[in-house]
Design a protein around this ligand. Sequence first.
Ligand SMILES: [Zn+2]
Length: 263
Amino acid sequence: MIKNMLFGLALVGVLLACATSPTGRSQLVLMPEAQLAQMGFQAFEQIKRKERIEANPAVNAYVRCVADELTYTLGGRWEVAVFQSEQVNAFALPGGKIGVYSGLLKAARNQHQLAAVLGHEIGHVLARHSNERVSQEFAVEQALGLIQALATPQSSSGRLLMGALGLGAQVGVLMPFSRIQETEADVIGLELMARAGFDPREAIRLWHNMGETSRPKPPEWLSTHPSHASRIQEIERHLPRILPLYEAAKARGRRPNCTLGAT
Ligand SMILES: [Zn+2]
C-alpha cells in the first residue's frame, strides 16, 4: 500500500516536473497544484485579515465586474478582494484569488487598463510561476511542511513562502518574478483581455500611466518588474497577433461595460 502510494507520488512528480507553460516553455514544477491552491488560499486569508477591506460598493462592483469578464472563459470561481490602500498594486494567487489595492485605480484609469493589470497577474497564475518558484526555492517535502508556516506569515519561513507566491512586497521579502516569467505573464494577460473583449492597446497606456504615477520612485513591486519602456516594446511586438482576437471577441458580442460610476 505504502509502496503503491510512493510509486504514485513519484509518478506524479515526474509528470508535473515535465510540465509546459501556456506559451510552450518547459517548466520545472514539482509541487502538486492542489497544495499551491491551499497555499494561495491561506496567504489570501492572511492578507484579508491584515489589510483594510474597501467599503465603497461602487469600487467593489467595478473591480468585480472587470475580474468576472476577464475570467469568464477560464471557468472556476475567482474570489476578488479590494483593499482600501494608496498602494498601486494587485496580485493573483493559485487557487483563484485576486487582490486589488484601490490605489491602482489611479493608474488603471478605465476597465481596459484594469483588465491589463489583472490579466498580467492572472497570467502568472495560469503559467504556474509560483509553483516554479516554490520548486526552485524549497525541496518538495520542505514546501509541504511550509504550508503550516503560512499560518504565521511573520515567521521567516512564512515570509519566504509569501514571497515565492508573489506577495514579497507585502511582507518585505523581495523575490521578483524572472524576466521570462514577466514577459510570459504579459503575453497571457494580453490574450486574456483581448478574448474577453477588452482593448489590448490600452495595456500600453496603462504602463505609461504607471510610469507617471510612480515618479520619482516606482513602488517596490514594480521596481522588480522590467522597465516600462521594455515592457511597452514587448507588448507592441505582440499586438499584431493579439488585435484580431479582440476584434473576433467583439464580433461575438463580448463588449464588457464595467464603469466606476459615482464614488
Ligand atoms: Zn508580474
